[in-house]
Design a binder for this molecule. Structure first.
Ligand code: FAD
Length: 217
């Protein structure tokens, strides 16, 4: 198991994807992690820290996180305002939301809302040749974060406007799908989606051991 520790890292780049969401790139130093894990990040000198899934590949020489600015929140807006050269305090890695070796060869159903797509980007960028289908639920079509990276495996479910592959919530899309018995499902994002999708997958016959979850809020 990699050790958890804290480190100070410089911000190397900020890639704005929408007005509210950015990919922040930090110095990695020698931080080791497994795809799917998260780090705890705060602005250097600020005691407030929050959890962010690692977006970048396990093989990259930097760390990236995908952060949505929560206007009435404390930390995310400070992170989204960072500029290259600023410093962050990073702890970790943490978490058990990982692709184990025996699961990697199975059909993967990756279900996300909002920035919950982040650990899936890391899975897919770290392990080439995965057999996956990625559902991404967002309110707006403009929130298809770097969707070109996933090609045809990406299914955008857009709830509040026309556009995307499906008009509605990811759970509404999922309801109409047949799920092969050997599927390993990974659910990441807000808890309402996760509870609903979990029950739905169980009703469709997927054993609990094949349903993995990471709740953001
Ligand atoms: C394991 C884990 C991994 C996470 N990974 C990510 C990630 O990769 N990217 C990310 O943006 N957030 C992620 N989060 C959420 C993140 O830790 C913070 O809660 C979020 O950035 C808000 O922090 P804040 O200090 O600005 O708001 P706070 O002052 O903590 O206010 C929190 C409120 O913000 C809302 N909120 C929290 N996260 C989001 C979100 N992503 N989108 C919309 N509303 C939200 C909720 O209503 C919550 O009650 C993760 C959380 C966990 C537990």
């Amino acid at each position: 198991m990699p050790k958890t520790k804290r480190q100070i890292s410089q911000v190397l780049a900020v890639r704005e994807l929408t007005g509210l969401t950015s990919v922040l790139r930090f110095e990695r130093h020698d931080l080791k992690f497994e795809p799917g894990q998260y780090i705890r990040v705060g602005v250097e000198g600020d005691p407030e820290i929050r959890d962010y899934s690692i977006y970048s590949s396990a093989g990259a020489d930097y760390l990236e996180v995908l952060v949505r600015r929560v206007e009435d929140g404390l930390v995310s807006k400070l992170l989204c305002d960072l500029k290259p050269g600023d410093k962050v305090d990073i702890g970790g890695p943490y978490g058990h939301f990982k692709l184990t070796e025996e699961v990697r060869s199975k059909p993967l159903l990756l279900v996300s809302t909002g920035t919950g797509i982040s650990p899936f980007h890391c899975f897919i960028d770290s392990h080439k040749g995965l057999n996956y289908s990625l559902l991404h639920g967002t309110a707006l079509t403009s929130e298809a974060y770097e969707a070109a990276f996933y090609g045809d495996s990406y299914i955008h479910c857009v709830s509040r406007e026309e556009g995307g592959a499906f008009r509605g919530r990811v759970t509404e899309y999922l309801q109409a799908q047949e799920i092969p018995a050997e599927t390993e499902a990974f659910l990441c994002g807000n808890c309402d989606m996760i509870y609903e999708a979990f029950d739905m997958l169980q009703e469709k016959g997927l054993p609990t051991a094949q349903i993995h979850t990471e709740v953001y809020f």
